[in-house]
Each structure stands twice: as C-alpha cells, then as structure tokens.
Design a protein around this ligand. Structure first.
Ligand code: GDP
Ligand code: MG
Length: 230
C-alpha cells in the first residue's frame, strides 16, 4: 500500500531530520512537509531533506500561519498523489512513525484510522494542565458530537485517499487546531467509517508547543458551530 505522510511544521528545526528519517524507513511512504515560514529555518531544512531524498519529500512553503490551514494545504496536495492513503502526524516526535504499519493494516477494514489516546492500551504523557484541557475538550466533544469517537482532537491519523477526496475543504471553518476534529466530523457525516487504535503519545522533548489559549477557544467554538450547523 502506498502512503503519504503530511507533516505540518512550525519551528521544528530540532525534530524534522529525525522524524523524516524514521518515516522514510518505511517502503512506499512519501512525505509532504507544510511549513509556515518558520523563523527557525525549518523550511530550509525541509528543502535540504527533499534534495537528499529525491522523489520522496515534497515541501509546501506558506506565508500564512495556522495548523488548520496548513493541514488543509497538505491534505489537498496529498489527496491528488498516486497513493492509497494519507497520514497526518505531529512533526515533534510525539507520534511514533513505528506505528505506520499498524495503521496500514487496519485501514484495510475502514476509511479512517484514528491514533487514539483514549482507548485500552493507549498511553499519553502530558503536563497536568495540558492533560486537564485535553480531558475537558474530550468530554465536551463526546457530549456534543458523539458518534462513538473517543479521541477527536489528536493529530495522528490515516485516511483513505478516496475519503479525503470527498471533502469540500472550501467550506471548512477551522483555521487552527480544531481542523482534525472538523475533518472527522465531516467524514463521519458522509458515512465514512472510523476506527481507533491505541497509540503512545509522548510529550515533545525538543522544541516548544505552539498550543495556546486561543486554540482552546477556537476548538470549543468550532465544535459548537458544527453541532448547531451554523
Ligand atoms: N504549518 C504549521 N504547523 C503548525 C502550526 N502550529 C503547530 N504546527 C505543527 O503542528 C504539530 C502540533 O503542534 P504542537 O505545537 O506540537 O502542538 P501540541 O503537541 O498539541 O502542543 C507540530 O508538528 C507543529 O509544528 C502552524 O501554525 N503552522
Ligand atoms: Mg507537540
């Protein structure tokens, strides 16, 4: 099965080479890096990695900033490539590329495989405040959107390419971190089938999180808007 991994990056200078190396160990897997003009030079590192690995890495450089719009740009590109499925994962090694074969095995029976922090066998290591925010967002989303999904807000997923091709990204509201939730909501609304598999989430050891209070508000508002259909 051929796959492409979408890596959104903002100031991931200390992580990019490592994660790219781990992903490219897997045969038939290519990468699209979406960098938002990171001030730390991540975009130039991505270009260097692309020339060192001909045909396996494509780099999208954007002037705009935002995890959501970057994700859309990357998924739009990936869904036009000659691949069977498309992954997204964080570039800071919080998600283990070693699990790629497990996702590929499970995508045979469904349309989306969610790397979940909340099913039996998962592990998620986080600072207490961040864990609290994640737990509140989890309960809030489960109550408002339901659909049997436990992890709406994680960043490690594998989509069948045809499922992504059914999405109208022009109508998406998310500009920030709520993009993953909105993608899942729209796919399940169209009847695409999701399953969750346990992952081990490790808090990043290098670099800094770009998460902010604004992202929390944006996420909560977007869940509500989707629920109310406005
Ligand atoms: N292109 C792009 N990537 C972003 C942006 N914000 C975060 N990311 C990336 O999205 C992923 C998750 O971000 P991170 O800060 O680790 O979030 P956290 O783990 O939830 O605290 C990482 O790969 C980031 O580099 C952004 O504005 N633009
Ligand atoms: Mg992180």
């Amino acid at each position: 099965m051929k796959a492409m991994v979408m890596l959104p990056t903002y100031n991931e200078r200390d992580n990019l080479r490592n994660i790219v190396g781990e992903i490219l160990r897997h045969r038939d897997v290519s990468i699209v890096v979406v960098d938002d003009s990171s001030p730390d030079g991540t975009g130039q590192i991505a270009d260097r990695l692309a020339s060192e690995n001909p045909g396996r890495i494509h780099v999208i450089h954007r002037k705009e900033r935002g995890r959501g719009t970057a994700g859309i740009a990357g998924l739009r590109y990936a869904r036009e490539q000659d691949v069977d499925c498309v992954f997204e994962m964080d570039a800071d090694l919080s998600h283990d590329p070693g699990q790629i074969p497990e996702f590929l095995e499970r995508i045979r029976d469904c349309d989306v495989v969610i790397g979940s922090r909340f099913v039996k066998g998962s592990k998620a290591e986080r600072k207490p405040l961040r864990k609290l925010i994640t737990d509140v967002a989890r309960v809030y989303t489960q109550v408002l959107l339901g659909r049997g999904i436990k992890d709406w807000s994680g960043g490690y997923k594998c989509y069948r390419r045809e499922a992504l091709r059914a999405l109208d990204f022009d109508s998406f509201r998310s500009r920030g971190y709520s993009i993953g939730m909105e993608t899942l909501y729209r796919l399940t609304s169209k009847g695409f089938r999701c399953i969750e598999i346990p992952i081990e989430f490790t808090d990043q050891r290098r670099g800094k999180s770009k998460f902010s209070a604004r992202e929390v508000t944006g996420y909560m508002v977007n869940v509500l808007r989707l629920r109310l259909g406005c």
